[in-house]
Design a binder for this molecule. Structure first.
Ligand code: PLP
Length: 360
């Protein structure tokens, strides 16, 4: 059989070793005679999984004291609502609009206060990240919200806003753990796990202690504090998703941590961008200074060729390269778990396809 490389944007490829460990442990977790799928979330077996995953998040991202690491449900989309609910004080929120997910976050925040879109890259179909130094932020906003990596458009922030007295909130769903991070600059970081951390079903939220209980008029289930005091077991957590998250974090640690993984990510993305930059056949329309290292978007000279490209790729085991329906073209999602061999095979195929269709 052809080796399969899965370029899906999410749920996305998991490391082989993670899946193999899960398989080995599926029927009999640590000699218990039971599966992680069927143990109580109050059992010592599960408590250890939960604690290990929390501690690994802290270790890998160097999370300082004074922050909670929460494992919640409802996806990143639920955070679009939980952030304004929980941080609402002046009921004024600044957002930077850099694509579809930030638009959804903005729409949700409007249910809870006055939203100012302080910058947007919609004028160029989200192919760049607005320059931070050009932005005028509100002085009395409760927070500034950014989408650190734009999964659909293939852009990422390389610098972050910093405004005295205003919290910074980031949706890092598609690039958390892809690069070193100074967590102390953020009030809240959240990420659906299904891109770079594990399977769907769990959302990681890193939140500063002072922000756990800013607005007390929030339903308990949506309050950060409820989940923090219960160590992410306020109600039944997605036990198996958190278990796979734990295995993924152990895997990242075994590779040498976030710095080592970042080196590899920069190399992998660099190989693709180098190839695209030297091609007379493919186009990547993202501004060079805003390029994502997780999602690389490109097109051929025509929609027909795009469709043929994707079809031919599927046939040789390069899966899910079709771009998001809102932008068309192709997208290679190359998260931490995508091996370099996948990139090499993709570039070989791109080269061959270009030559067969009039490129050089
Ligand atoms: C995938 C994604 C989301 C949506 O995540 P859900 O878990 O489906 O709610 C939000 N933001 C970004 C940046 C994403 O990539």
């Amino acid at each position: 059989m052809n080796e399969i490389y899965n370029f899906s944007a999410g749920p996305a490829t998991l490391a082989d070793t993670v899946l193999k460990t899960a398989q080995e442990e599926l029927l009999n977790y640590k000699g218990s005679g039971m599966s992680v799928l069927e143990i109580s979330h109050r059992s010592a077996l599960y408590t250890e999984i939960n604690e290990t995953a929390q501690n690994l998040m802290r270790e890998l991202l160097n999370i300082p004291d004074g922050y909670q690491v929460l494992f919640l449900q409802g996806g990143a989309s639920q955070q679009f609502a939980m952030v304004p609910m929980n941080l609402s004080k002046n009921k004024k929120f600044d957002y930077i609009e850099t694509g579809s997910f930030s638009k959804k976050a903005i729409a949700e925040a409007k249910n809870f206060g006055d939203v100012t879109v302080v910058a947007s890259s919609s004028d160029k179909n989200y192919t760049y990240i607005p320059k931070i130094s050009d932005i005028e932020f509100s002085k009395d906003a409760d927070y500034i919200h950014i989408t650190s990596n734009n999964t659909i458009f293939g852009t990422k922030f390389y610098e972050y806003p910093e405004v005295e007295g205003v919290e910074l909130v980031a949706d890092m769903s598609s690039n958390i753990l892809s690069e070193p991070l100074d967590v102390s600059k953020f009030g809240i970081i959240y990420a659906g796990a299904q891109k770079n951390l594990g399977p769907s079903g769990v959302t990681v939220v890193i939140v500063k202690d002072e922000l756990l209980d800013v607005n007390e008029n929030v339903a308990n289930i949506f309050k950060y504090k409820s989940h923090a005091v219960a160590s992410s077991a306020y109600n039944t957590p997605p036990v198996y998703s958190i278990y796979i998250l734990k295995l993924t974090l152990e895997y990242i640690k075994s590779l040498g941590g976030v710095e080592a993984v970042n080196k590899l990510n920069v190399e992998k993305a660099g190989m693709l961008y180098d190839y695209l930059d030297n091609s007379d056949f493919y186009t990547n329309s993202v501004e060079v200074e805003s390029r994502s290292i997780m999602n690389v978007v490109f097109t051929t000279p025509s929609k027909e060729l795009d469709a043929e490209f994707v079809k031919g790729a599927e046939e040789i085991g390069l899966k899910f390269l079709k771009g998001h329906r809102s932008v068309g073209g192709m997208r290679a999602s190359i998260y931490n778990a995508m091996p370099k061999a996948g990139i090499i095979k993709l570039i070989d195929y791109m080269d061959q396809f270009a030559k067969e269709n009039g490129g050089k």
